[in-house]
Design a binder for this molecule. Sequence first.
Ligand code: HEC
Length: 132
Amino acid sequence: MKRFFTICATVLIWAAPATAQDAGAGADLYARHCATCHGADAQGNGPMAPALVLQPPALNTLSARNDGVFPVVRVVMRTDGRDPLVSHGSPMPIYGPFFEGNDTPLKAETGQPIMTSRPIVDLVAFLRQIQQ
Ligand code: HEC
C-alpha cells in the first residue's frame, strides 16, 4: 500500500506543472548537502554525525514524531535559517543564503502558504516522500 502511494505521489509530481515540487531535484540536493550529517537514508547516521556534539536527528521520521503530520513550517525554517535556533549555536549549517532566490510558495500544514526558495521546496518534496 505504501508503495502504491509512493507511485501515486511520484506520478502526481511528474504530471504537475513546472512550478510544482520536484522531489528528484530535492533528492540530489539532499545527497549533496544534508546526507553527510543526516545520513544517506535520512536515519540521522551520516559520516559526520560522530564528530558532532549535538546529534543530527533522523529526517525520515519527521511526520511520525509530529502526530503523523509532516512539519512543513519547521523543516522550511530550520533549513532556510529563519528558525532562531539555527543562528544561535546549532551545529546545523545555515543554508538560507545558499538556497536563496526564486521565491516559491509552499502549503504549510495549516493550509496557509509559506514563502521559501525553490531548492527548499524541492527538498521538502523529497523529505515528504521518504517519511515512514
Ligand atoms: C553539519 C551537519 C548537518 C548538515 C550538513 C545538515 N544538518 Fe540538519 N541538523 C543537524 C543537527 C545537529 C540537527 C539537530 C540540532 C538542531 O536541531 O539544531 C539538525 C536538525 C535538522 C532539522 C530539524 C529536525 C527536527 O526534528 O525538527 C531539519 C529539518 C534539518 N536538520 C534538515 C536539514 C536539511 C534539509 C539539510 C540539508 C540542506 C541539513 N539538515 C543539513 C546537522 C546538520
